[in-house]
Design a protein around this ligand. Structure first.
Ligand code: GDP
Ligand code: MG
Length: 166
């Protein structure tokens, strides 16, 4: 098995922390397939079952100029070429314009979008349902996973869920 995941989310939601938690020092270098040469590979998660290639989408935020516009287009192409999108959000912060902008772009894509609600260590467990419900008003996510990347809570479950779909 081998597949691609586009990891998206506004700055500071924990994308790098999640990647480090999943891949850590096991970071692998692979000769890029033709498909991925235009996309930046952030890391590759490898097990006996197969591998998941994580693609970076740094430009998916509201463009301020034509370069930004180009970066959004690049991010959208990474998303199109991926098997799934993981949209990371910060449970400890209210959904904001940065999150909403990305959600609007994701609605334009056919790739299934999984919502990863990160930093749940910072919220009261009883508040989690309201957070989930709030995001569900914005988009019909394929699945929703609450995690704490920093505390390694829910991360392995996420990988075990994703791998068979690659
Ligand atoms: P990125 O900009 O999306 O790559 O976000 P980073 O991975 O750089 O994380 C931004 C900040 O959030 C850092 O200070 C992280 O330590 C912190 N952070 C990331 N994940 C978690 C988490 O699960 N819980 C908490 N409490 N902090 C986190
Ligand atoms: Mg980062």
């Amino acid at each position: 098995k081998s597949g691609f995941i586009a990891l998206v989310g506004r700055p500071n939601v924990g994308k790098s922390t999640l990647l480090n938690q999943m891949i850590g020092e096991k970071i692998a270098i692979m000769s890029p397939k033709a498909q991925t040469t235009r996309n930046k590979i952030q890391g590759i998660y490898t097990t006996d079952e197969g591998q998941i290639v994580f693609l970076d989408t740094p430009g998916i935020h509201k463009p301020q100029n034509s370069l930004g516009d180009y970066m959004v287009k690049t991010a959208m192409s990474a998303i199109r070429e991926s098997d799934m999108v993981w949209m990371l959000v910060d449970a400890s912060q209210e959904r904001g314009r940065g999150d909403n902008f990305i959600i609007e772009r994701l609605k334009e894509s056919k790739t299934p979008v999984y919502l990863i609600i990160n930093k749940i260590d910072l919220v009261k467990p009883e508040d989690l349902l309201a957070i989930i419900a709030d995001y569900q008003t914005q988009m019909n996510f394929a699945e929703i996973f609450p995690i704490s990347a920093r505390q390694d809570d829910g991360v392995q479950e996420l990988l075990d869920f994703a791998m068979p779909k690659m």
